[in-house]
Design a protein around this ligand. Structure first.
Ligand code: MN
Length: 228
């Protein structure tokens, strides 16, 4: 095939235990999926229907590492999250069948320009510049279900410069991973290569250049980034 410009590279993530990589198609993110984080964001933590936003696929930072402090913000926040990687997709996937679509799990950080998000909320504008900016989705190696099983319980934590800032448990999600897959697939057809960020527990906060962020999920391992 001849193309008028170079074909963009499809981003890929490392997979535990193999040299083969996981190609990323789309990134969906769930908002306010832990009640204590909903409370800290000033929202009623009742079980509101899940809502979603997206990040472009090429904002992934495979394996973490050095991340430049983004422009146009003075309030960059970390959000430690369980990331779900899909091997299968579909429309209107019942929650009871959703787990069979999952290839594996990873540790991710949903980097957020909190000041731009607040401004967008105030003005009824979209969140793209707050959430979908370059390098805004560092993700660890993907751990296949075949090796780690399905994760619905286990600690999720994050520290900045060695000081713990977030600690929760996957069991505290308002909407479980299968319920999230069921909901998203009622709006959009999911497909192999899709990633789902599943929300963050309480304790989000700012980071600045020089900060070292380490986050982990029990059973998956850790992800480290340094802001420069
Ligand atoms: Mn998030």
């Amino acid at each position: 095939m001849k193309t008028v410009i170079p074909v963009p590279t499809i981003p890929t993530l490392a997979v535990l235990g193999t040299d083969e990589r996981f190609p990323v198609r789309r990134i969906y993110c769930v908002g306010r999926n832990y009640a204590d984080h909903a409370r800290e964001m000033g929202m009623d933590p009742l079980r509101e229907p899940p809502f979603f936003f997206g990040k472009p696929s090429d904002v992934v930072v495979p394996g973490g590492g050095v991340i430049p402090y983004p422009p146009q913000t003075s309030n960059l926040h970390y959000e430690a999250e369980l990331v779900v990687a899909l091997a299968k997709g579909g429309r209107d996937i019942p929650a009871s069948e959703a787990s069979a679509c999952i290839y594996g799990y990873a540790v991710g950080i949903d980097l957020t320009r909190r000041d731009l998000q607040a401004k967008a909320k105030d003005n009824g504008q979209p969140w793209d510049t707050a959430k979908g900016f370059d390098h805004s989705a560092p993700i660890s190696v993907i751990c296949p279900v075949a090796q780690v099983g399905h994760l619905n319980v286990g600690a999720i934590w994050l520290s900045v410069n060695g000081v713990e800032k977030q600690r929760g448990d996957l069991s505290q999600m308002t909407w479980s991973v299968p319920e999230v897959i069921a909901h998203i697939s009622s709006y959009m057809e999911l497909a192999p290569g899709d990633l789902l960020f599943t929300g963050t527990p309480a304790g989000v906060g700012p980071i600045v250049a020089g900060d070292k962020v380490l986050c982990g999920i029990e059973g998956l391992g850790e992800l480290a980034i340094t802001i420069v």
